[in-house]
Design a protein around this ligand. Structure first.
Ligand code: ADP
Ligand code: MG
Length: 259
């Protein structure tokens, strides 16, 4: 039996329509259970509500209707237990790698020595301990994204929310970071929700892939990727699975008006 860590029930989030009349649903009537320790990928067309889903679970925005329970408790706002990494690495250019990672710990009541220890530990995890004193301007895109990852890892989350984290990277760096993420996931026991446009990436990484379309279609598919790990990146089964997903994705991006 798999343990549920997140239960999303009847989840709806609407935003004011751009013309100024009524509301448009970004996510509507979404039911989804996410299991502790699983790697869940979310794919689907632009405007399908993927980032909205991430922001809801992160607690950055509140549902219009429905609920999100984490281990049976309502999510009422952001918390260090659920951290987000975006595509455009949110790191401070005026801080070194080390200072960027330490920044996240400032709100916790820790001594300077403890902060340094934890920050170094996180930098070690992402393979950046040698470049702790480097500034973002001197780093490659891949290094910056590693700093962004270290910055949230240091908080010891149990849920990692990744919104197209590797989309801006070249293919080789992207493949490296995918494998590093898989290693970290195996070591740290996180639950991961990973949004991507890249179907090959989704099937390579995930235990399950969900397809999220704009309402009214919503969640149209849940595909289990029952392929043992470590996986071969270009295994025929993975290519077939990615191809099937592509066929199932609706490219219409009309969101339902709720007025
Ligand atoms: P995805 O990440 O799948 O591309 P989003 O969750 O960003 O989709 O957006 C889903 C829909 O919600 C889109 O139609 C988008 O325009 C709308 N939306 C998202 N955030 C806001 C916002 N803050 N204000 C108004 N509309 C928004
Ligand atoms: Mg998005």
């Amino acid at each position: 039996m798999r343990n549920a860590i997140l239960r999303l029930t009847g989840l709806q989030k609407t935003f004011p329509a751009s013309g100024g009349h009524g509301q448009i649903a970004a996510v509507d009537d979404l039911d989804l259970t996410i299991f502790a320790g699983e790697f869940l990928a979310v794919v689907g067309p632009s405007g399908g509500g993927k980032s909205t889903l991430i922001n809801l679970v992160a607690g950055f925005i509140k549902p219009t209707r429905g609920e999100i329970l984490k281990n049976g408790l309502h999510i009422r706002g952001p918390g260090p237990d659920r951290v987000v990494v975006f595509q455009d690495h949110a790191i401070f250019p005026w801080y070194t790698a080390l200072e960027n990672v330490a920044y996240g710990l400032r709100r916790q009541k820790l001594g300077k020595k403890q902060i340094l220890e934890k920050a170094y530990e996180a930098l070690t995890l992402v393979g950046l301990v040698e470049t702790a004193q480097m500034y973002p301007a001197a780093m490659s895109g891949g290094m910056r994204q590693r700093v962004a990852l270290a910055r949230v890892l240091v908080l010891r989350p149990d849920i990692l929310l990744l919104d197209e984290p590797f989309a801006a990277l070249d293919a080789i760096t992207r493949a490296h970071l995918q494998d590093e993420l898989l290693k970290l996931w195996a070591d740290c026991g996180w639950t991961i929700i990973f949004v991507t446009h890249n179907l090959a990436e989704a099937v390579y990484l995930a235990d399950r892939v969900v397809v999220l379309n704009p309402p009214p279609r919503g969640l149209s598919e849940i595909v289990e990727i029952n392929i043992p790990r470590p996986r071969a990146r270009n295994a025929e089964q993975l290519i077939l699975l990615a191809g099937n997903l592509e066929l199932g994705i609706n490219t219409f991006t009309t969101n339902r008006r709720t007025d």
